[in-house]
Structures are given as structure tokens and as C-alpha cells.
Design a protein around this ligand. Sequence first.
Ligand code: BG6
Length: 495
Amino acid sequence: MTLPTSELATALPACDVVVFGGTGDLALRKLLPALYHRDLEGQLPDDTRVVGISRSEMGDDAYRAVVRDGLAEHVGDLDQPTVERLLARVHHLKLDARSDDGWHLLHGLLKDRPEVSSRVFYLAVAPALFGPICERLEQAGVVDESARVVLEKPIGTDLESARRINDAVGRVFEESQIFRIDHYLGKESVQNLLVTRFANTFLEPLWNSRWVDHVQITVAESLGVGDRGGYYDSSGALRDMVQNHLLQLLCLVAMEPPTYVGRETVRDEKLKVLQALKIMSPEEVDRDTVRGRYTQGVVDGAVVPSYDDDLGHPGSRTETFVAIRAEVQNWRWAGVPFYLRTGKRMDQKISEIVVVFKEPPHAMFPHSEGVTGPNRLHIQVQPEEGMRLSMTAKEPGPGGIRLRPVSLDLSYATTFSERSPEAYERLLMDVMKGNPTLFMRRDEVEAAWTWVEPILQRWASSPDRPQRYPAGTSGPTAAATLLERDGRTWQESDQ
Ligand code: BG6
């Protein structure tokens, strides 16, 4: 439904949203579509503007044409009045983040706007530019107390570079003005994880080492690196996915209940989990981590190229798959392994958390037939959003007790009629409102790097290379061995 402009929500103050990387993939694929959807819902106040910054010489009209094409490609069924309303808010400014020229134009564009309560600077650019852009924003006199800066991951490539970036940005903006995005925290099903755990009573008594055998977190993608090879090859799956998205999911599974859901309380609890992660020795890295790299294979019935072919040259040591056995060393989770797994070019796109409970302490049905397993709670993050509890039931009928695995299913799509908003919609609105709860604080980012770094270092010094796995599979065989060694197996989504 399209709301008339006069019914725009008043809760959100008008903003100037300045997007560095305004013609880039993220802006066109995620940010502008997210703003379109919020505008469609009537949530962007009249005076809100979007200023796309790029190095190209293009005026407002040419940039609007680029945005229009982007919306057509990435949104699908468009509401034309909303498109026009959004385009009218859109402006373009040519600026080179590496040069001092032209920043007075940004000052000119943003000044004298009493109707606007804050400026949001969204840095959808390489992290090496975060510091220089912030410095030039300050020199241009456009950073005031109400300004906010949004940083896209990755924040650095290791602890030291993350600290350098945080220091550089922190010289201009207060920590309360810095919004570090991990878009997984904006996903509906990820937020629902908090609600499931803490707005229901029956799980909490079971959510610990006494009843939970282990936890599996899988974020699998069927796509390869595509045209992001340049960035990806200097990053790899550990930096690109584990240091941020998978660790954030782990935090939400493992954290203690905060006293209330507030700006700092959730982040305080997540930080404690990150700090409780067992730092691995080089021997433990060899034993408890697996790296892989995809070779040519078949995905969705089509032959797809190897990573080397995607890159355009052989010889890379970058991993496109990681599996890790992690431990959270605290009272609640001592002795419970958290198995993390992520990869490109796997057999399907699926993100799922599986909490595997212990077997019943006593086998009461020794002569029963049928194969069942332990109870498992599957939290489905994507593509389907929902939750499935695997249980054991008696198969109906006479002639003895036959056990059968059954599941209690909650599908978001069938339970709720509302459209599930994209993560960036929620996160952008939170930035505009100044709510940092779903953003990573400096100490979280650095704690995550502290855990990841020994793995990076060991891999860098080890003569071993990532193991090969054919595209379209569930990764290298060593990933299966990692669990088999502990007498466990990966729970695939159809189990
Ligand atoms: C990004 C990574 O942060 O997340 C990409 O840089 C990855 O490599 C993407 O493809 C996955 O996000 P989603 O929401 O599609 O699971």
C-alpha cells in the first residue's frame, strides 16, 4: 500500500543521507532499494535527501537515471509514484575521497537546512578510505554533533588495521556517532533469535551445556566470487564471513539475557561471548579448522568455473570455504563445541543455526523400531525464514512402538502475512533514528579480530593450502571429518 505523503510517519526526523560510493554495487543493489521500500511505507519524511557521491562527472539527472535503472533491476515490481518521490530526493556530487578538491561543494549542499535534524555519511567504499574521508568531512566543516557515520565491513584485515581504522574514524566522530554495519544483524530471523530465546520460557532452562550437545552455524552460498575477485582474494572466507556474520550469529545464540534490550546492553552481552571464545594455539588451528577452495563443478544444473578461473589466474592461497570448531569458555557453554561453516559455490544458499540437544538420558523404548536422533532446533535464517524443532513421535498403529522423527515447523512466510523487510531497510532506519543496538561497537570488532588473528597467522605460516572441493558440494571432506572425529555429523537442511 502506498501512503500519501501527508501520512508520513513523524517518528523519524528528516535527514541528509550522503552515500560515498553512490554509483557502486552496494548503493544500487541494497541502499537505494531499501530507501525505496521505506519511502513506499511512508517512512521517509518530506525533507529527507539522498546525496550520492562518486568520482564521475554527472549531474543530478544523470545520477537519477542510474538510480532508476538500479531500482528497476533490484526491486522488481515498482510503484511509480514512490519511484518519482524518491528520485526527487536524490542528488549527485562529484568528489574524490583521495583529493582535497571540491569538499566545499558538499558543505554548500548540506548547510542551511534547519529542517534536517541529522546528517548520515554512509561510507560504502574500501575501508582504506574510511579515515581519509572522515578527516576531509571534518575539514569541510560538515561534522556536527548530530552527524553519524556508517561503516561497511570489513573493518580492517586484522586487529592492527582494524584499530588503525577505528582510531582514524574516532578522531572525528564519537563512538556513539559511529554505526558499523553487519547486515546479518538486520535480518528478521536473526532478530527473532533474541525474541525466541528471551521472550519464551521453555528454552532458557535447556540452553546450556547440561542439555545442549553442540551448536552448528552454517552460512552457505551457491554463488562464486563473481566480479568481486579483487576484493575477495585479499580477504577470504574467514575475514569476509566468519569474523563478522558468523561470530555475530554465535554471539546471539550464546549470550546471556541482558536486563533489557537497549543500546548498549545487547552489545555488552555479545562482547562477553567474544571475549570468552577460546583463542587457538597453532596446533589447535591445525586440528580445529578446515580451509577449502572451489574447483569447477555443477551448481543448479549448470557447469560453473573454478575459483582460479573466476579470478583469472592460478596460484591463489585464499580460502573460499571455512569450517571451525570453536569453544565458548564460560559457565553456560563449557564443553559444548560450536561448529561454524561457510563457503562460496556450495550446493545451495542456506543460512541456518542448529542447536543439537543431548540424547535422552535413559532409553525407555529399547525394543522399539525406527531411527530417530536427538532433538534439534533449526533456526532458519535464509532463504526460508523460520524455525523447526525435530522431535521423536510414535508412528500411529498397533503392533508395538515404532519411533519416527517428526518436526514442529514455524514458517515465517505462512505464519505472517507481512513482507519481511530486507536487512538494510531496518538498519538504515536505525541509523537515521540514531539507534545503535544492531551495530557493532568498536570493542566487539576488535574482540572478534583478536580471536580470528591466530587462525590467520597460522594459515599464513603453514605450508598447507586450502583443500579443493568441487563447486556444488558441501565443501571439502575434511569438514565432515572435523565433526566425525567428535562422533557427530553436519545437519543438512533436509534432515
Ligand atoms: C557479505 C559478504 O558481507 O555477505 C559477501 O562480503 C556475501 O561475500 C554476503 O556474499 C552474504 O550476504 P547474504 O545476506 O546474501 O547472506
